[in-house]
Design a protein around this ligand. Structure first.
Ligand SMILES: Cc1ncc(COP(=O)(O)O)c(C=O)c1O
Length: 404
């Protein structure tokens, strides 16, 4: 081999792409591209398949709801689909989870998006509203509201709101919610309204059992005299604190198959999102040469480096801390150098027979997002919610409830 042969991009890698390299065709399931208005979905149909995909397994989401139901058979489920269903696509997830007793969102625009898509389940605005125009919009889209301040009580009265209300109290989170001792007054003020129940939110259910126990006790002490339905549990509460499986539960993260406990994975849930990206270049790098911005990684020996079309603009976390890897051909390969805006580099092993367009998995079933989050100094919630706008959502699965 001459020096010129060896140096730079590999020359013979542009082979015909086999369907097996492609998550969509290789899955054996029907694939539905997200109905995005930005045209990204067209790139696949037109054969210009150059970016990252988030493959969303709708069957897995439906399965996870059935796990929740089995854990709390007497509870109604408010499936939390805010933040675009934690990056998975709110409309598709809501359609898949159509048997949920309701959906929880954070913003009015999120509720409107679901209504516009024909979702008829109750939708609760978990943060309520702050002015009259917002309340008018809420009335228009027939959403239920969480009321957590006297300002909101006054606005309700002035606007002639006649919808459903959740009263939120704080029992230790001290973020949104009335202090428990205000409840008698608040409920008196709201006596002419349809109060669905009283809710609180757990601050430490993913880590501190005794603090959570204190919250639960305080909450029950403060609400029991009113005989209203109650709602306490997020995913961590549902899993670790059975006493929070009350009238209504509010699972979010676990519906997406992810554990709410830092550094742990859930054996009982199924992974919903697989993030993958194609190889767009394979370069030979000499020992002593470095790769990427800041020259943060230097090749210890002559090697090949594959460049993936995914970067922090797609939501893959930047970070320079612990070593991270991807799955390529089912094998773990190490990420080297800094994550760029649009690209990520991995070092190949000598035996790797990698082709351009072959897709590497950034997280998924055998490389859990919880593990990637830990290595990135982040949390799985952040990674999922940050999956970028230009990442094409590819929906697979034939769950009866799934989006068509
Ligand atoms: C009020 C409320 N309830 C439930 C949830 C769902 O939490 P998790 O995703 O941990 O299940 C959230 C999410 O942040 C929330 O804000």
């Amino acid at each position: 081999m001459t020096d010129t042969d060896w140096w730079g991009p590999e020359s013979n890698s542009q082979k015909e792409k086999s369907p097996d390299n492609n998550q969509i065709n290789g899955s054996g399931m029907s694939a539905v591209l997200a109905n995005q208005s930005d045209g990204y979905q067209n790139s696949i149909q037109e054969g210009i398949d150059d970016g990252a995909h988030a493959v969303i397994d709708l069957d897995a989401a439906a399965f996870n709801l059935s796990v929740v139901r089995a854990m709390a058979p007497d509870s109604k489920v408010m499936a939390v689909v805010k933040a675009n269903a934690y990056g998975h696509g709110a409309v598709e997830i809501a359609r898949t989870l159509a048997h949920a007793d309701g959906f929880g969102v954070a913003r009015i625009a999120e509720a409107r998006q679901l209504r516009d898509a024909g979702i008829v389940n109750p939708i609760t605005l978990l943060e309520g509203f702050t002015d009259q125009p917002q309340l008018m919009k809420i009335i228009e889209i027939m959403a239920d509201v969480v009321v957590h301040s006297m300002v909101q009580v006054d606005l309700l009265k002035r606007t002639g709101f006649s919808g459903n209300i959740w009263v939120k109290v704080t029992s230790g989170m001290n973020r949104l919610g009335f202090p428990l001792d205000m409840l008698p007054r608040v409920l008196h003020e709201l006596r002419k309204y349809k109060v669905l129940g009283i809710m609180t939110h757990l601050a430490n259910a993913d880590m501190d059992t005794s603090a959570t126990q204190r919250q639960i006790e305080l909450f029950y002490k403060g609400v029991s005299e009113f005989g209203l339905p109650v709602s306490i549990a997020n995913s961590a509460g549902i899993i670790r604190h059975p006493e929070t499986r009350t009238d209504w539960i509010r699972p979010g993260l676990m519906l997406y198959g992810v554990s709410p406990f830092p550094g742990q994975q859930s054996a009982d849930l199924q992974t919903v999102m697989t993030l993958n990206a194609p190889v767009i270049a394979i370069n030979r790098v000499r020992a002593g040469e470095s790769v990427g911005y800041g020259s943060m990684w230097t090749a210890p020996v002559d090697c090949r480096v594959a460049v993936l079309a995914i970067g922090y603009a797609d939501g893959y976390p930047w970070g320079t801390g612990n070593p991270r890897c991807v799955l390529l051909g089912g094998l773990r390969r190490q990420i080297v150098g800094r994550i760029s805006m649009d690209m990520t580099c991995i070092v190949l092993e000598d035996e790797d027979d990698v082709q351009l367009s072959e897709r590497a998995i950034l997280w998924g079933d055998r490389l859990p997002v919880e593990e990637v989050a830990l290595a990135s100094g982040s949390i799985a919630y952040t990674l999922l919610c940050q999956v970028g706008h230009r990442v094409t959502r590819v929906y697979v699965g034939d769950s009866e409830d799934a989006a068509e």
